[in-house]
Write a protein that binds this ligand. Structure first.
Ligand code: ATP
Length: 252
């Protein structure tokens, strides 16, 4: 048994009358990679966004059930969603660096949290870019615009920006679907390294990717979590016929 980093219990989520997540319960292990798979519209992204309350920003949504981070309910009235999102950061499908320099992108979060000393910011920027496996490519052009980087570099910069505020959980919503195969492999290598320090949850349409990078996989279908197990079991001997049909490409 393990102490879950995130524990979801009987989570239901509605967009107006659309029941998008149906009674999901799931425990996410610390320092692991958990992949969420399933056909388009099954609720993977919605589920991911409930873990840092990003859905709160949408009008007319309703949520019930519980999401615990280290045993504490993230939907409790005294939880500040902004500080929660620092602990539970997110990387999106399209890299979204700010229109400023590489350095300022990474220093952005720490500055907001009150860090002003140049030496301290320099150290955070260097450490974060190294952890995101980007330092060697940008060390000589830190003050150039981030938007001049390639798509894959921009995505690693977004990861560095997130790591600069020391998150505990990293949510990734199809982080490499807009990238070429080489950049995709770099992101996958990075995910494998990052899980030593963080807990990672990744939505992916790419089943080979789920099989390559994750320790655990959850299969979603029409708002339900059909099966959740070791990735190896999901991809070699799933228990549910619907999981088998999906991973063998019979639908979705
Ligand atoms: N803002 C919204 N308002 C209303 N319905 C929404 C909204 N966002 C998502 N939905 C619906 O909720 C369901 C789940 O969507 P979600 O984006 O979580 O699925 P997904 O599995 O991540 O899909 P995809 O793989 O295509 O990104 C879908 O039927 C979708 O149309």
């Amino acid at each position: 048994m393990f102490r879950p980093k995130v524990k979801v219990t009987n989570l239901n989520f509605y967009y107006g009358t659309k029941w998008a997540l149906k009674d999901i319960s799931m425990e996410i292990k610390p320092n692991s990679v958990t992949a969420l798979i399933g056909p388009s519209g099954c609720g993977k992204s919605t589920f991911l966004r409930t873990l840092n309350r990003l859905n709160d920003l949408i009008e007319g949504v309703k949520i019930s059930g519980e999401v615990l981070l280290d045993g504490e309910n993230i939907y409790a009235p005294d939880v500040d969603p902004i500080s929660l999102r620092r602990r539970v950061g997110m990387v999106f499908q399209q890299p979204n660096p700010f229109p400023m320099s590489i350095y300022d992108n990474v220093a952005y979060g720490p500055r907001i949290h009150g860090i002003k000393r140049k030496e301290q910011l320099d150290a955070i920027v260097e450490r974060s870019l190294k952890r995101a496996a980007l330092w060697d490519e940008v060390a000589d052009r830190l003050h150039r615009p981030a938007l001049g980087l390639s798509g894959g570099q921009q995505q690693r910069l977004c990861i560095a920006r997130l790591l600069a505020v020391e998150p505990e959980v990293v949510l990734m919503d199809e982080p490499s679907s807009a990238l070429d195969p080489i950049s995709t492999l770099k992101i996958e290598e990075l995910i494998r390294v990052l899980k030593e320090s963080y807990t990672i949850v990744i939505v992916t349409h790419n089943m080979q990717q789920a099989a390559r990078v994750s320790d655990y996989t959850a299969f979603f279908l029409d708002g339900e979590m059909i099966e959740y197990d070791d990735t190896e079991i999901i991809f070699t001997r799933p228990r549910d016929q619907r999981t088998e049909d999906y991973i063998t490409g019979r639908f979705g």
